[in-house]
Design a protein around this ligand. Structure first.
Ligand code: ATP
Length: 304
């Protein structure tokens, strides 16, 4: 839904009515009626109105999501609110997701980096752990900004780029940053897609997923399991996969899940046994939803 707050304010200040706006811009009264209904105006119409009012088009409106959690995250991100849902999601998801993958940073250190941009270095914290933590904060921002876009290879590769650019891995000639792997890899001792199979399998996976009429929690978990089985990137598959799951939960009005580092064994077992038994991974992700719900409850944010 679109709120034309800036536009309504400008009209009021200038004493211009909707009929006058219609005749001055040459836009039909049907087009002008979209403003009151919160419907989308075309770029062309918006530009005409903005020119007439002497304003920038983006100052005239604000897009508001029907998804309450996503809207809270966007509002808090915009005003850089401290101590809210956005803040907690950044710290807890970044800490847990990075720790699962072996980062040495504690939750307290992750929090300090997010809150103060400083680090209490402790015993030999690898610089890449810090860089990738900062990158993970930016990746969550990207997810919040693009939550409602259709999931695509471009978005997935960009998440990998945000996470891995300017890291030590990025210096390796065989490591593709923001692109699919060049060398075969295994996960948990299991074969994954060969580099020349990745693109085809990713396209099929996305085609199937994007054809689902109403995406559910189970669909998002299934996508995650299949993505991890393909393992499209040289490294960073776990974190990119969990960021995709966050994006898709926010996209489809599903409560997101944060897999806690201490539940890692259940998470890995769920992924490894996915083909035989789907319940394990689904239960682990439901438990991850409970982790998110605890944050909502602490902040008195209603959820169904
Ligand atoms: N048996 C398994 N089958 C499928 N996927 C698995 C299995 N075990 C682990 N995974 C997934 O693979 C991820 C690890 O892959 P990868 O190392 O590419 O991710 P990462 O985010 O880069 O971690 P790191 O920073 O350690 O490289 C795990 O987080 C999990 O999502």
């Amino acid at each position: 839904m679109i709120l034309y707050e800036g536009l309504e304010k400008a009209l009021k200040e200038k004493g211009i009515g909707k009929t006058e706006l219609s005749s001055a811009t040459g836009l039909s009264s049907r087009t002008i009626a979209k403003i009151a209904k919160g419907e989308k105006l075309s770029q062309r119409s918006l530009k005409k109105i903005a020119e007439y009012l002497g304003q920038k088009p983006e100052a005239l409106l604000k897009e508001v999501s029907e998804n309450k959690i996503l809207q809270i995250l966007r509002d808090e991100k915009e005003i850089k609110l401290s101590g809210g849902l956005y803040h907690e999601l950044q710290v807890r998801m970044t800490y847990n997701s990075n720790h699962i993958e072996g980062s040495k940073l504690s939750e307290a250190q992750t929090r300090l980096i997010f809150e103060t941009n400083t680090i209490d270095a402790g015993d030999g914290v690898p610089v890449d752990d810090i860089i990738e933590t900062m990158h993970h904060f930016r990746a969550i921002d990207y997810v919040i900004e693009h939550a409602e876009d259709v999931l695509s290879e471009e978005i997935i590769k960009h998440l990998h780029y945000i996470l891995k650019h300017d890291t030590k891995d990025a210096e390796l000639s065989w490591f593709a940053v923001g692109d699919y792997k060049k060398r075969a890899n295994v996960v948990g001792g299991r074969e994954t897609a060969k580099p020349d199979e990745v693109q085809g399998r990713m396209r099929k996976l996305l085609e199937r997923y994007n054809a689902i009429a109403a995406v559910t929690f189970e669909d998002i978990v299934a996508f995650h399991a299949e993505f991890e089985a393909i393992h499209p990137f040289q490294d960073g598959n776990g974190r990119v996969g969990r960021l995709i799951a966050l994006k898709e939960c926010l996209h489809h009005n599903v409560i997101p899940f944060i897999i806690e580092d201490r539940k890692k064994i259940f998470y890995y077992r769920g992924l490894s046994e996915w083909r035989k038994e789907k319940g394990w991974l689904i239960d682990t992700c439901r438990d991850g939803q409970d982790t998110f719900i605890k944050i909502l409850d602490m902040l008195d944010i209603p959820h169904e």
